[in-house]
Design a protein around this ligand. Structure first.
Ligand code: SF4
Length: 148
């Protein structure tokens, strides 16, 4: 898929709607990694009032040269609390803040529609313009914000 070429070739050229319904599905259940950069670790630690070392010891695992938030026994993200949601929402990692506008989910209309089973926010809420989606997914939009 082209990520910055002819807009007419991209199936979502008219934008896409999304609004998180706070179901928590993307924060729990399936095993995986939530990658955090050093800057994100600093910001999260600060927001929780913890020293970086303390936050890291309790909440991070090293995978190769990178860091991921750990998961609890059922696969839930360590930062997710039932009936509360994400404990670090305003400073959540880029991997979380860019969902569902991940390149893999934008591959085709079918991929996007299939996501509905998992994410209740697909095709709901404000319209994200093509440019806004490109910025979120590929860092190459024009800085548009979502429109309601
Ligand atoms: S799966 Fe979708 S609707 Fe549910 S919490 Fe995640 S982003 Fe929000």
């Amino acid at each position: 898929m082209k990520n910055n070429g002819d807009q007419k070739e991209l199936w979502y050229k008219n934008g896409l709607r999304f609004q998180c319904q706070k179901c928590g599905n993307c924060c729990k259940g399936e095993p995986g990694y939530v990658w955090v950069s050093r800057k994100e670790i600093e910001n999260i630690s600060l927001s929780l009032g913890l020293r970086i070392e303390e936050f890291a010891r309790k909440n991070l695992k090293k995978v190769g040269s990178k860091f991921s938030l750990i998961e609890l026994s059922k696969g839930d993200c360590v930062m997710y609390k039932e009936a509360w949601g994400c404990k670090i929402y305003p400073v959540r990692p880029k991997q979380c803040s860019t969902f569902p506008f991940w390149p893999s989910n934008l591959e085709s209309h079918e991929e996007w529609t299939n996501l509905k089973e998992f994410c209740k926010g697909i095709d709901k809420g404000p319209l994200y313009t093509f440019s806004a989606i490109q910025e979120i997914a590929f860092g190459c939009g024009t800085g548009d914000t979502p429109r309601s």
